[in-house]
Structures are given as structure tokens and as C-alpha cells.
Design a protein around this ligand. Structure first.
Ligand code: SF4
Ligand code: SF4
Length: 472
């Protein structure tokens, strides 16, 4: 069973949910020492508010609670999945009741923003480079004035896909069929990364199809816009489930997209009545995938409804999306590094590669770590003879950007504080290049450190094969 956080839906007022989090965490106190020291702004705010009220220096207000839950980037560093689930639920509740500012709606609609910028790349780049106009544009969409913006590429990945004909489904020719879920940052900001992905997948013998797709929904989930997140999930789930039925493996090079599709979508879907009707559940028992001595030969466990039926229900964040589609896709999504590691060919090819120059530090991003698939890219890179590679993947290492949250003017400073321990670790290692598979981390590390940052695919792809030449 997936063990990812569960953003629950609830009829409880958001203030009550957030209050419950303050009470639980003040009582437990573990994160006071573990996470207030720059690692998480939520716990810093939570304990400040709790102590202020407990010491009679002022009650915790609704505005305080709204501000506190607004700081959560859903990074997963804290100990309790249900606590971060409640924080996101409270954030969602505030937005459902009070709405979302235009600038936040615009900024979190990454797909639309990417398409608009991609239609006029020259103009957008000139605007961003102009001191006065750039500052004005940032203010209009709520981006902090000190944020470095990535350059919009002259040709986005979607245009390249159409030129290569990869938007047409592959016919059955005996090769393994891969449906590539790219992710917005790769599609609109760093197309060299998905081009490298396609080159490596084709070299591994896969027939690659890039289906129509929309944002995975993490940016809108983080801003509390559940309606938009669900609409995005419905569109992706319907398309991807049809492809899984047609023997495609869904592969993604974005750890956050993988985390959403694989972990968050599936969360609690196994308890849905639609799944129970398929899996052999009945009026007395739920039948769900499981391990251990209680599991039957098919890898299922039976849970008595009279004991668990009230709490084990498909009532999580993505519950309104077809549970069978969520399960079919979630069970058939692979991280691209994981897929390439399993095929074996790239590891053999890596043993023949020339080592990239200098010292490389590979940072395993939070949402990659949350998928519990080991460190496939580190393993593949380590197979290159003579490579100088160091791994950074501490339990509290986080870049702090939270997707687009770090770009917002009212979260910029907290985002940098959250990422500072990681940035300091990297600075102490003095790499020639940082390597990470998360393109949001890439944006943040380019903001916070002087090093070039690459996706592992750009290191592993042969130069010239896909235009994936340089770090950025
Ligand atoms: S998140 Fe969990 S571990 Fe951390 S303080 Fe709250 S209850 Fe304790
Ligand atoms: S920001 Fe990360 S560590 Fe802090 S509450 Fe949210 S998920 Fe937990």
C-alpha cells in the first residue's frame, strides 16, 4: 500500500483543522527541535503561535492559522503524513471559502503560463531582462523581485515532439511501449531534458509516445485550489488509463509528477467500492493489496468492515477522480531513472562512457525519495568509470522551493530559509556541477548557489544525440 500523505477532504472549518494541528504538534513537540531550525517554516510559526498563546501574549487568530498553513510546501520532511495532510486540507478549506488571488491563480496555472510564455519567447525574455518592465511584470503575477527567472526556450518540447511525430501513438512492432509524461518545467522551460529522455528511451529499445497531457496538479494543490487540481487529474487519469489498457508503461522524468501520479492518486483508492467489486471484497471484508503473514497467495489482505470500514474509505484529496483509473495509472507509472535502471542497457552503456569533467554532486530530491525506489540515477551515474560523484540525500535535505511557491513574493524569504541547509551543504562540497532530477530544485539551486545544474539525463545522454549538451 502507498504510504504517502493524505490530504483529506472534510467539512470541518479550516481554522478547526489548523487548530487541531497546533494542538497535536504542541503536545508531541518532536518537530520543535527537528524542524524549526530553518528546515520548515510551518513548525517555526506553529510553535511561535502556540507559545505566544500559552504564555498569555495573545490568542491565535484565524489569520495566524491561515498564514501558518500557507507556508507548507508539502515537502514530506515532517514525521506525520496525517499532519501534513491536515495542513493541506486546511489550506484547501481556506481557499474554498475565501477564493484565490488572481496572481496566485495565474502563477499556479503552470500549463497555461508555460503556453503563453512559449508563444512569445523572445518578447518574454526581453521583458524579463529589462530592469523596470521585468520588475513590473513580476509584480503583476506576484513573483518576488529578486527571483531569477529561467530563459524561455525558442522552441518548447511540445513543438519538438510534433516535428518528430512523437505525438502520434506508436504502432505495435514488438518494442516496449512507453507513454512519456513530461511535466510542465521540462515541456516549457528545459526542453533539453525531455529530449535527452527520449534519446535514452529510444536507445533502450522503447517505442516512445508523448501523449496529450496537462499539469500533474501539484502547484494548484499547493495553493489550495482543489477544483483545478481535480480537473487536471481527471484529464490526465482518463488519458493515461486508456494507454495503460493498451499496454503502455507510463514513464516520467519529473519526480514531482511521479509522486503525484504514483503515490497521491492511489492513496486510499483501494478502499473504493469500485475497486472492492473487482478485488473480491464483500459485505463483510475489504480486500486490498498487502504484504506479510496475513496476505493470501495473490498478495491481498482482508480487513473486517465492521472494524475498519468507517476509517478505510476512498475519501482523500483525489477521491472524486475515477479510482480504478487512479490505480491502473499509479501501478504502471515508472520514474524514468527507475525504468532505465531496470532495462540494464544504459548501465552497460555507462561503463563505456567518458567521465564528465570535475566533481559532480547528485542531489536526490524530496519527491524522488518519497517514491522509495532507491537512487536509480546515482547508480547509473556511478557506473561511468572514473566519475567523481558525491551523493546528497539526507532526510532533511530540501531545496525549499515547493514548486512555484518559492517564486511568490510572500514566500520567497521562507523558501530561501528552507533551502539554506542544503545550499550550505553543496557550497561546502564545492562541486563543479550539481546534478538533480527535479527541475524546481534546479531553479532554486541556480538562485542560491553559483554552480551549473543538470538533470542526470543530460549527463547520461550522448552529446549531440538530443541537443542535451550543457548544464544550465
Ligand atoms: S508532525 Fe508529527 S512528529 Fe512532528 S510534532 Fe507534529 S505530531 Fe509530532
Ligand atoms: S513544509 Fe514540509 S516539513 Fe513543513 S509541514 Fe509541510 S510537508 Fe511538513
Amino acid at each position: 500500500m502507498p504510504d504517502s500523505p493524505r490530504p483529506p477532504t472534510t467539512d470541518e472549518p479550516p481554522e478547526a483543522l489548523a487548530r487541531g494541528v497546533v494542538a497535536a504538534c504542541a503536545d508531541c513537540d518532536v518537530c520543535r527541535t527537528m524542524l524549526v531550525d530553518g528546515e520548515c517554516p510551518v513548525f517555526g510559526a506553529l510553535y511561535r503561535l502556540h507559545d505566544r498563546e500559552a504564555e498569555g501574549r495573545g490568542p491565535i487568530t484565524g489569520e495566524d492559522l491561515r498564514g501558518m498553513v500557507g507556508l507548507c510546501t508539502f515537502c514530506g520532511l515532517c514525521g506525520c503524513a496525517d499532519i501534513r495532510g491536515k495542513i493541506i486540507a486546511a489550506k484547501t478549506g481556506f481557499v474554498a471559502r475565501e477564493g484565490l488571488r488572481f496572481s496566485l491563480r495565474a502563477l499556479s496555472d503552470v500549463g497555461r503560463l508555460g503556453k503563453i510564455c512559449g508563444a512569445f519567447p523572445g518578447l518574454v525574455n526581453r521583458l524579463a531582462a529589462d530592469g523596470c518592465l521585468g520588475a513590473l511584470a513580476k509584480r503583476l503575477v506576484g513573483i518576488h523581485r529578486e527571483r531569477r527567472l529561467p530563459e524561455i526556450p525558442g522552441e518548447d518540447f511540445d513543438a519538438w515532439v510534433r516535428r518528430r511525430g512523437l505525438h502520434r501513438p506508436t504502432t505495435d512492432d514488438g518494442r516496449p511501449k512507453v507513454a512519456y509524461f513530461v511535466g510542465c518545467s521540462g515541456r516549457f522551460l528545459f526542453p533539453a531534458v525531455p529530449r535527452a529522455a527520449v534519446a535514452l528511451l529510444e536507445a533502450a529499445g522503447a517505442a516512445v509516445f508523448v501523449p496529450a497531457q496537462v499539469c500533474c496538479g501539484m502547484p494548484t494543490l499547493l495553493e489550495g485550489d482543489r477544483e483545478k487540481s481535480l480537473n487536471l487529474a481527471r484529464a490526465n487519469a482518463a488519458r493515461l488509463a486508456r494507454l495503460v489498457d493498451d499496454d503502455f508503461t507510463v514513464v516520467t522524468s519529473c519526480p514531482t509528477c511521479g509522486y503525484v501520479l504514483r503515490n497521491l492518486w492511489r492513496e486510499r483508492a483501494y478502499f473504493s467500492e469500485a475497486y472492492q467489486a473487482r478485488s473480491g471484497g464483500d459485505a463483510e471484508f475489504l480486500r486490498v493489496p498487502g504484504e506479510g503473514p496475513a496476505a493470501d497467495d495473490g498478495g491481498f489482505v482482508r480487513l473486517r468492515r465492521s472494524m475498519y470500514g468507517k476509517i478505510l474509505r476512498d475519501d482523500g484529496y483525489f477521491a472524486p477522480v475515477d479510482p480504478l483509473a487512479r490505480i491502473r495509472v499509479g501501478e504502471n507509472v515508472r520514474d524514468l531513472g527507475e525504468y532505465l535502471r531496470a532495462t540494464g542497457g544504459l548501465r552497460r552503456a555507462a561503463t563505456q562512457m567518458e567521465a564528465p569533467p570535475g566533481r559532480l554532486v547528485y542531489f536526490a530530491p524530496c519527491h524522488q525519495r518519497e517514491q522509495k525506489i532507491g537512487r536509480p540515477y546515482q547508480e547509473l551515474l556511478a557506473a561511468i568509470p572514473g566519475i567523481n560523484l558525491t551523493l546528497v540525500d539526507g532526510a532533511y535535505d530540501c531545496c525549499g522551493t515547493g514548486g512555484l511557491m518559492g517564486f511568490k513574493k510572500d514566500f520567497h524569504r521562507q523558501s530561501l530559509a528552507l533551502g539554506r541547509p542544503l545550499a550550505e551543504k553543496l557550497l561546502s562540497l564545492r562541486p563543479d556541477r550539481v546534478v538533480t532530477d527535479c527541475l524546481s530544485c534546479r531553479l532554486q539551486l541556480r538562485q542560491m548557489t553559483p554552480y551549473p545544474v543538470s538533470h542526470p539525463l543530460e549527463v547520461l545522454a550522448q552529446p549531440g544525440e538530443c541537443g542535451a549538451a550543457g548544464p544550465a
